[in-house]
Design a protein around this ligand. Structure first.
Ligand code: ZN
Length: 151
């Protein structure tokens, strides 16, 4: 059976909270979900890609709706900086309609995300309420995207 992860990332892929805020948010989430197997929070060396788990689908262009099967993988490899272990530049020009956008602005049907920090509860055995989500956003100083991922 797949394990589930309740994940929170900021809406801004480059945003990173202070370590104190991360720890405060981690402790709050742990108290909300006491049965979770593990609650972790951390900043990454830079922007990472967090997939949506089992149901991967190629993203589509936010402007014309075209698929990205032919170029998404290449664009991701091009944006990746091996020595930094992070995506260094998300800007692309879409081959379908020549739009200058960020990879993070593509429409990901499964809910894949780019982010520099992750707050995560493994096997959460529960969910947060909208009020609790707001509390986490206040602590972390950013609007958050919440997603339950199974893998
Ligand atoms: Zn397009």
């Amino acid at each position: 059976m797949a394990e589930t992860y309740l994940q929170f990332v900021p809406v801004d892929p480059a945003y990173q909270p202070s370590l104190a805020a991360l720890e405060e948010a981690r402790e709050l989430l742990e108290s909300i979900l006491p049965q979770a197997r593990e609650v972790t929070a951390g900043n990454y060396p830079g922007i990472q890609f967090f997939d949506s788990g089992q149901e991967w689908e190629y993203p589509t262009c936010p402007h014309c709706g075209a698929g990205s099967e032919d170029w998404f993988q290449h664009a991701m490899e091009h944006a990746w900086n091996e020595s930094e272990g992070a995506y260094h530049d998300l800007s692309i020009t879409t081959p379908c309609c020549n739009s200058n956008i960020l990879l993070s602005q593509l429409h990901f049907p499964g809910g894949d995300r780019f982010a520099s920090f992750l707050l995560e509860a493994s096997s959460p055995w529960g969910d947060t309420t909208p009020a609790q989500d707001l509390q986490l956003e206040t602590i972390l100083g950013s609007k958050l995207i919440k997603k339950l991922v199974a893998r």
